[in-house]
Design a protein around this ligand. Structure first.
Ligand code: NDP
Length: 670
């Protein structure tokens, strides 16, 4: 008998007398006891906020990203222990792959985004400096810092591993400790994963706690710095978000809940086209993967009315090939998570059946007897405009309904009748159809997935949320957002507008802001190691005259003989130029010639250039000089890091003629 433990205030806590018995959906045997123990939720919050939070916030974003990467590698090396108990959730190994490997990959991607897109510091810089004063002595900058409370993650039964890791990775990267509450039916798999995490010793104490069973008065204790992230049914979401304490404290509450996701077959995708076949394949996969218990699964298939018969026939044929059986074996489809879930799905399917005709069901399949097994159920609705239940009731299993549409506008209208979904897909080879549907429909869906014969080879799947992309949807889907790369991390942080002088902004953000103090180093900065270079370290070069011969030479050498550089009359006719002017690229080359120190040294390579702008033309006879300032430093490997330099070119009248950010890789050693 499995006995998943809670993990609170640094201790494992076994199930209590009131524990719930869990039954195997494949054979009905009792296999676990879960919950029923007494937890001190106040002490859990204290442990998170007094021990976990400070330890996480002492680390930089990069240190936390490295921690997540180490965790993902560790879980990957031990994942077979999770796959071993995965069939007890009713899921096949392939289904488990979405949950277990999917969760680990999500954590890995979030870690990598943290290293690449967040600073190696404690403050995230959100957007550019805002020039709120004329002379630049008073500026503004949005920053984001970790919330100082705890993140409570309440997860659904269908993804016990991914559901935890996709919330945990952004939360920990932000610097916020988490208390995870999995759905009781599949909590044993979450617990096994949490055990691997805790026993690895990779996380600081207090960063992760686990509740098996009920949450007691936890939500009544949520404060203004806490976050509740929920996945599950709309009813539970409504109940939890209505908690007076959560409303009073403006505790952040994000929900990802029931969603009547749609898939549209484009009007061009008639039988015989690759798009038609793709639609059928995708529709069947979405109905049967995880036995349809996926928050993103297709519940409504919206097809051209002329194609309805062909789609019904092709889809039914394909679905009939689905083998249903023991998820530990090689069946295509396993069981629903529990007998209770099966009863719930049948009840909801019956409500859908009042508005649609069932065209495929149990009699077409060889379905085992176990309590969780349920064959795919395909419905077809003749009156999608008059239907209500089909657009409102989510049967969370292998159930889907075909709906005919007249034209593209009607298809989008039907997709939107779900009142907000996590994802809608469209299979079309016509970009104009894609545009029409996107414009009419994007406001109603968190993700629009559009595919055709050209992209299908690499397309990631209607039902796969990606860590890079927003997961969540408006209205009925919960109104929340998760993931989306760094966006998902910001849900656990406070955005604050800092107003102050340039030195203040530089001190807070760790990034040099124009107008703040400049420092002169003992030698040229290109002779200084990554660690020696100081933010604000500046050199100003001697001037160099730009001659007509230089312009001529550059033009013929490179082949860039654009008239503004070569033909005085034509250049004068152009409102931007006083006559012949220097090439912008010539100025960049001269700038490098002015600021580079040529000897071998710690600077390893010039890796790029950002935000280049040419602000004033340079005429023959003008003299340019350069100011180079160390703006930002980012550790990249154990051997070298990236230094971003602010480069400004001036003319003889001290007017700015060009500006850019130069990126160099600089060694830690000389
Ligand atoms: P629930 O909403 O019942 O449960 C979701 C989570 O909330 C579980 O961890 C559950 O714990 C917890 N919970 C329930 N009541 C409370 C409470 N009063 N206080 C604190 N936590 C609570 O969803 P299920 O997972 O049971 O799924 C039910 C239905 O939800 C499905 O049939 C499906 O329609 C929908 N669903 C939608 C998903 C989506 O992402 N779109 C995902 C999964 C489900 P416990 O298990 O211990 O009750």
């Amino acid at each position: 008998m499995l006995e998943p433990n809670s993990f609170a205030y640094g201790r494992w806590i076994a199930p209590g007398n009131a524990a719930k018995t869990l039954y195997n959906p494949v054979n009905g045997a009792a296999f676990a006891r879960a919950g029923g123990s007494t937890l001190d939720f106040g002490a859990m919050i204290t442990h998170a906020t007094q021990v976990g939070g400070p330890a996480l916030r002492a680390m930089t974003f990069h240190q936390r990203a490295k921690m997540l990467k180490a965790l993902a590698i560790h879980l990957d090396s031990r994942k077979e222990e999770l796959y071993a108990i995965n069939p007890l959730t009713g899921a096949t190994r392939k289904d488990g792959g979405i949950d277990i490997d999917g969760g680990i990959i999500t954590m890995m991607v979030i870690a990598s985004k943290g290293r690449r897109e967040m600073p190696d510091g404690h403050v995230y810089i959100d957007g550019d400096v805002e020039q709120v004063s004329r002379k630049g002595s008073f500026l503004a900058q949005h920053i984001a810092v970790p919330l100082q409370g705890v993140a409570v993650h309440i997860n659904a039964f269908n993804f016990p591993v991914w559901g935890m890791l996709e919330k945990l990775a952004p939360s920990l990267l932000a610097g916020v400790p988490a208390i995870v509450k999995p759905a009781t039916q599949t909590c044993f798999l979450t617990e096994a994963c949490v055990r691997l995490i805790i026993e690895s010793g990779i996380l600081p104490d207090g960063a992760l706690q686990l509740i098996i069973g009920v949450t007691g008065d936890l939500l009544d204790r949520m404060g203004p710095q806490d976050v509740v992230a929920f996945t599950g049914s709309a009813d539970t979401a409504f109940k939890l978000r209505s908690n007076p304490n959560i409303m009073r404290n403006s505790t952040r509450f994000t929900a990802e809940q029931d969603s009547l996701n749609a898939s549209i077959l484009g009007p061009d995708a008639v039988a015989g086209t690759p798009e038609f076949d793709l639609f059928i394949k995708q529709a069947a996969a979405e109905m049967t993967t995880k036995a349809g218990q996926k928050c993103t699964a297709i519940r409504r298939m919206i097809v051209p009315e002329q194609q309805l018969d062909a789609v019904t026939e092709a889809l039914a044929e394909r679905l009939k090939k689905t083998t249903i059986g023991d998820p530990a074996g090689d069946a295509r489809m396993g069981a629903l998570v529990s007998a209770g879930q099966k009863a719930d799905v049948l009840e909801k399917a019956a409500m859908i059946g009042t508005e649609a005709q069932q065209v495929l069901g149990g009699d077409a399949f060889d379905t085992p007897d176990g309590p969780g097994f349920l064959a795919p159920m395909l419905f077809r609705c003749a009156d999608p405009d008059g239907a209500k239940n089909i657009h409102a009731i989510e049967a969370f299993g292998p159930v889907s309904t075909l709906l005919p549409y007249r034209d593209t506008a009607h298809a989008a209208e039907l997709a939107n009748r779900g009142q907000g979904s996590l994802v809608a897909s469209l299979v079309t080879h016509d970009p104009a159809v894609a545009r029409d549907v996107a414009v009419a429909s994007a406001a109603w869906h968190g993700r629009l997935y559009i595919t055709d014969r050209d992209s299908m080879g690499e397309a990631t799947g209607h039902g796969s949320p990606l860590p890079h992309l927003v997961h969540g949807g408006p209205g009925r889907a919960g109104g929340g957002e998760e993931l989306g790369g760094v966006r998902g991390v910001l849900h656990y942080m406070q955005r604050t507008a800092i107003q102050g002088g340039p030195d203040v902004l530089t001190a807070i953000t760790g990034q040099w802001v124009p107008g703040s103090a400049e420092v002169t180093g003992p030698v040229h900065p290109f002779q200084r190691t990554f660690r020696e270079i100081k933010i604000g370290e500046t050199i100003t070069t001697d001037p160099r005259e730009v001659t007509l011969e230089d312009i001529e030479h550059f033009a013929h050498f490179t082949g860039d003989t654009f008239y503004a550089h070569m033909d005085d009359t034509a250049a004068k006719a152009n409102p931007f130029f006083p006559g012949r002017v220097a090439h912008g690229y010539l100025l960049l080359s001269f700038a490098a010639g002015l600021f580079v120190q040529p000897d071998p040294g710690p600077v390893l390579a010039n890796t790029g250039l950002n935000e280049l702008s040419f602000q004033k033309p340079v005429s023959p006879g003008d003299k340019v000089h350069v100011r180079l300032t160390a703006k930002r430093k980012t550790q990249r490997t154990d051997d070298y890091g990236e230094v971003a330099w602010n480069v400004t070119l001036y003319n003889q009248d001290s007017e700015q003629v060009a500006q850019y950010e130069l990126l160099t890789m600089v060694s830690y050693a000389r």
